[in-house]
Design a protein around this ligand. Structure first.
Ligand SMILES: Cc1ncc(COP(=O)(O)O)c(C=O)c1O
Length: 408
């Protein structure tokens, strides 16, 4: 089955061509193995601290008494506090090159919005951001950061758009979701010809930009730590949380070929029980937004009417998985596990108390998954290399840690 269904309506493709910078649309279907990173993008990536460290979590290993070697890819050290900056810089650059003057996007927990706000400023652009309402209320500091950079931030569902007004008309206290926010942002971008709509995840061009994660990990494991990945019988794992799938695909993408050629390597997605598509969803056509601006893609879904319960893991509350993540799962290349926020935040606390690192609740899901993998490897007397994508910092999520773990 094709991943994108031709619904007879050219609207979604036309919309995409109109609101997205042309290069990004081309990158979505490129069959080139390598696409060069433009020099101004490389310059900004370096300025903001790339390559980020690959940290060996020895104290966590000691605490667990495991023979596994656990590594953390430290995206939390980037200035916006998450890996989202990698693609924001590239997308802002391409939009500016095409003469667009405003970047429009949605954001869940606010990490993506912060990255777009900073990238926009770097290339002299304006930013307009629709943030999921319940996250906006939980994480006001992310809004302050975006506004400090000159961005306009609106809650979603938004009274500013027709789709937002329709949703609010039906459910006045709608908490918002990525589905509502994507619709608000695309509708807004459609009405402004100087605007470019940027996707924070779910699209092949975003995954492409994030593959620098997996490429850096491979090189750092070899050059700095002297590790080979995928040694037969050892059960090595690459683990990332999965919302729209971009930190996951960025980490595993460069390793797919090695696995197809026989490397003993497992890929593990950690999702939230608030939207457990990969572990409990149905594999069928659906859209990632509620306004039907995006095409129907084949993927694991909770259904378009699904409203995830408000919780502290804004980045993992998507109702529909992307075509690529879903295909990898469907073909058995990708394993998946789901955790509730308490378990993820508990894993985050364990990492803080051993390594001294405070990660975002989303990343806590990957840590929780790694703890399960370690326990299983220990029981089987295996000593795998385990790489956890530390997708973001938790400093602006302390309220979530407090409400879930301390306010008992
Ligand atoms: C810190 C962090 N990690 C992970 C994610 C999930 O995104 P994705 O699945 O696209 O990697 C988000 C999304 O907002 C995030 O903010």
């Amino acid at each position: 089955m094709p991943p994108i269904r031709d619904s007879g309506s050219p609207t979604a493709a036309e919309i995409s061509a109109k609101v997205r910078p042309r290069v990004l649309v081309e990158q979505n279907s490129s069959d080139e193995q390598w696409i060069a990173i433009p020099e101004p993008v490389v310059e900004r990536l370096r300025q903001f601290g790339r390559p980020t460290p690959l940290h060996r979590a020895r104290r966590l290993e000691q605490h667990l008494g495991t023979g596994a070697r656990i590594y953390l890819k430290r995206e939390d050290v980037l200035p916006t506090g998450s890996f989202k900056l990698n693609t924001a810089i590239a997308q802002a650059y391409y939009a500016a090159e095409e003469g667009r003057t405003t970047l429009v996007t949605e954001t869940g927990a606010g990490q993506w919005g912060m990255s777009v706000a900073l990238a926009a400023k770097m290339f002299g652009l304006k930013a307009e951001i629709f943030m999921v309402r319940c996250s906006l209320e939980q994480k006001p500091y992310r809004r302050h950061y975006m506004e400090l950079l000159g961005a306009t931030v609106r809650p979603s569902p938004s009274a500013h758009t027709a789709i937002g007004r329709k949703i609010l008309g039906e459910v006045p206290d709608h908490p918002g979701s990525l589905g509502t926010a994507i619709s608000d942002a695309i509708e807004h971008a459609l009405h402004d010809s100087s605007a470019a709509y940027l996707a924070g995840s779910g699209m092949p061009h975003v995954y492409l930009h994030q593959t620098l994660l997996g490429l850096e990990v491979a090189q750092q494991l070899k050059d700095i730590h002297g590790e080979d990945l995928g040694v037969e019988g050892r059960g090595d794992h690459l683990i990332a949380c999965s919302g729209g799938g971009s930190n996951l695909c960025g980490l595993i993408g460069p390793h797919l070929r090695a696995r197809a050629e026989g490397a003993d390597l497992r890929f593990l997605a950690a999702e939230s029980t608030a939207a457990p598509r990969l572990t409990q969803g149905v594999y069928e056509y659906g859209r990632t937004d509620l306004g039907a601006f995006t095409p129907e893609v084949l993927g694991y879904t909770m259904g378009e009417s699904f409203v995830p319960p408000p919780n502290h893991v804004g980045g993992l509350r998507n109702h529909h998985s992307s075509a690529l993540v879903s295909l990898l799962r469907h073909e058995g290349v990708l394993d998946a596990v789901a955790f509730d926020q308490r378990t993820a935040l508990e894993a985050g606390r364990q990492l803080l108390q051993t390594e001294g690192l405070l990660l975002a609740p989303e990343s806590g899901h990957a840590v929780a998954a790694a703890l399960e993998v370690v326990a299983k490897a220990d029981a089987e007397n295996l000593e795998p290399v385990i790489v956890i994508l530390a997708s973001g910092s938790g400093f602006l999520d302390l309220q979530g840690y407090d409400e879930v773990l301390l306010d008992i």
